[in-house]
Design a protein around this ligand. Structure first.
Ligand code: AGP
Length: 614
């Protein structure tokens, strides 16, 4: 997720671009840049670092006559590590065109090969740079700029929000949207565009929202909107009533809630480029995962902390069921100080949203010392753990601002699902069923609907149980790690003592806790077969001791409805996707409880987003 701002009009362009970028930094902050005209030429200033570093670079050598149109970009790297060269904007060979982009161009690799063959010179490792050279290629073939832009769009696959300026056509900015947001700000003899509303609020509250497949051409005095076939579309501006604080959260009250609702988008972006739609197969070959990498691997260690550790526990059920390779999951703070048996036949998988967690990094370095192969699953491109791994699989969750990890967890689990299906095909030549592949492709849409539907039900449960002091979370099999994760979410943002436990362990201790004002959250899915019945028995044990039950169960679980009126129904899915469906209502339950208790949801006391110390 990146932040884009554009301006065309008579005002000083740089202050507008920088003000807009400052308000978009929550969308990405590993590098930033601006482009504007000066004496009829394109002038780009860009830097690895935050907007502050960009400002420093600009003020160290102030441009004499910067003029509109201009574009700004603050980056969340997906392809090409954070660096000055990989920062946006990117230029064509002749330096007449400048582009900024938010999204992922799935087919950039093929397009880049084609353009290199035609003699185009690339300066960055980004997917974005392909777009501006593709447009240039059409201009070289004799098309005027707007037609070249439309022709290039038709070659792109993936998600994009694009803005382009040209020194040979300074009268307009041209923008296009597909799956990544663009909002256009309407001014008096000036116009703006941005990835999100906060960037526009200082200048205008009259906005137009571009839809997927639409192109906008911004002149000083008008805005024209077209579909991809060039047919003009009429749109009326809407007036934004948000203040800045709520605008940065997309209108949500907290980043955590925004990020829970972002999960379908994060899943969509994580799936991009991983499913070959023609062959209906999962593919990680582009990431460097092939038979050679996994040759001789006899054991897998998954090492992480907190929520990422819970994703590792889920992975154990998925990998051992699909690949029959032994998996050991360890808390990084334990792993690094015990004497784990590691050798060249070990695969060490580090899971870390930030890619900077000290204990996980120490575990990685220990494993490397003993000859293990290192694979990491990270959300931050170019983070320390990523850089020290042999292979990295990135979750494309975008920046996760709230301390409580949500969309990173869901995309970590998704990566493990995709990886296990890929390896099953690689080693056992077993393809996933069409139904499963279809279910993965439809997952973003299904999760979007499910999140909205389940939220109101969960909010009522939070209102009923908001005063509790303790809560037990029980789950079995692949839902046991989700019991742990649900308990972690509740304890870390509402400060209620919540404990996750394997439901089968009830008799070995926790049952002593059960009493009337001590509720038990129970997770049970029909897809787990006999485990579902076993968990029902655990629920009956709790009930018989007058313990209240809050059940998160498969739809139409009549047996559970007989023992509690507090239940949340989860749609049926396939086994590996259960953790994703069951964690969402638990995230929402913890969120609503914390809000009702007046807690600081996004910045809970004593916690940091990334624990870079022991
Ligand atoms: C989860 O909600 C917490 N914020 C915390 O447990 C976190 O998952 C843990 O610190 C690991 O962080 P990482 O994924 O960045 O390594």
């Amino acid at each position: 997720m990146c932040g884009i701002i554009g301006y065309i009009g008579e005002r000083q362009v740089l202050p507008i671009l920088l003000e807009g970028l400052r308000r978009l930094e929550y969308r990405g902050y590993d590098s930033a840049g601006v482009v504007f005209l000066e004496d009829g030429k394109i002038n780009v200033i860009k830097v690895k670092g935050r907007v502050f570093d960009l400002e420093e670079k600009i003020f160290s050598n102030v441009p004499q006559k910067p003029e509109a149109p201009g574009l700004g970009h603050t980056r969340w790297a997906t392809h090409g590590e954070p660096s000055d060269e990989n920062a946006h904007p990117h230029l064509d060979c002749k330096g007449n065109l400048a582009i900024v982009h938010n999204g992922i161009i799935e087919n950039y690799y093929e397009l880049k090969k084609e353009l290199l063959k035609k003699g185009h010179k690339f300066k960055s490792a980004t997917d974005t740079e392909v777009i501006v050279h593709l447009i240039e290629d059409y201009v070289n073939a004799g098309l005027e700029l707007k037609s070249a832009f439309f022709s290039a769009l038709k070659r792109l696959k993936g998600a994009y929000a694009i803005a382009l300026i040209s020194n040979e056509n300074p009268e307009f900015i041209i923008v296009a949207r597909n799956q990544s947001p663009i909002v256009i700000g309407i001014g008096e003899k000036e116009n703006f565009m941005a990835s999100d509303i906060p960037a526009l609020l200082p200048f205008t509250k009259d906005v137009l929202f571009l839809n997927d497949g639409e192109v906008g051409i911004l002149y000083k005095d008008r805005v024209e909107i077209f579909d991809l076939e060039g047919k003009e579309i009429k749109k009326n501006p809407v007036v934004i009533s948000w203040d800045l604080a709520s605008a940065e959260k997309g209108g949500f009250a907290h980043f955590m809630l925004k990020e829970i609702y972002d999960q379908p988008e994060a899943v969509k972006h994580t799936l991009l480029g991983k499913i070959d739609l023609d062959r209906q197969e999962i593919d990680f070959s582009k990431e460097g995962l092939n038979k050679e990498f996994f040759k001789n691997i006899e054991k897998i260690f998954i090492v992480a902390c907190g929520t990422s550790y819970h994703a590792g526990l889920v992975a154990k059920y998925i990998i051992e069921r699909n690949l029959k390779i032994p998996v050991e999951v360890d808390l990084a703070s334990e792993f690094r100080y015990r004497a784990p048996i590691i050798n060249s036949k070990t695969l060490f998988i580090a899971v870390s949203q930030s890619g900077e967690t000290a204990d996980t990094l120490a575990g990685l370095r220990l494993a490397k010392q003993f000859g293990a192969k290192i694979l990491s699953i990270c959300n931050v491109l170019g983070s320390t753990i990523a850089r020290e791994s042999d292979v990295v699989l990135y979750t494309q969750a975008g920046p996760e601002i709230s301390v409580a990890s949500t969309k990173a967890f869901v995309t970590q689990v998704l990566i493990f699902i995709l990886l296990s299906f890929y390896l099953k095909r690689l080693f056992y030549n077993e393809n996933e069923s069409k139904e499963k592949i279809e279910a993965l492709i439809k997952l973003p849409h299904i999760l979007e609907k499910f999140t909205e539907e389940v939220h109101s039900r969960v909010k009522k449960l939070a209102e009923k149980w908001r005063h509790i002091g303790n809560c037990l979370y029980l789950g079995r099999d692949i839902l046991y790690p989700i019991a742990l994760e649900g308990a972690l979410k509740l304890k870390e943002i509402s400060y209620i003592h919540a404990e996750g436990y394997a439901a089968g362990e009830m008799k070995h201790g926790p049952i002593a806790l059960i009493e009337e004002n001590f509720p038990t959250v129970i997770l049970s899915a029909k897809e787990t077969g006999v485990i579902y019945e076993k968990t029902l028995s655990n629920a009956e044990e709790v009930k018989s001791r007058r313990g209240p039950i809050i059940a998160f169960v498969s739809e139409n679980s009549e047996e559970f409805k007989k023992i509690t009126e507090d239940f949340v129904e989860i749609p049926l899915t396939f086994y590996e996707l259960l953790p994703i469906f069951y964690v969402i209502p638990l995230q929402l339950f913890a969120y609503e409880m914390a809000v009702l208790r007046g807690c600081d949801v996004d910045k809970p006391r004593n916690l940091a987003k990334s624990v870079t110390v022991e």
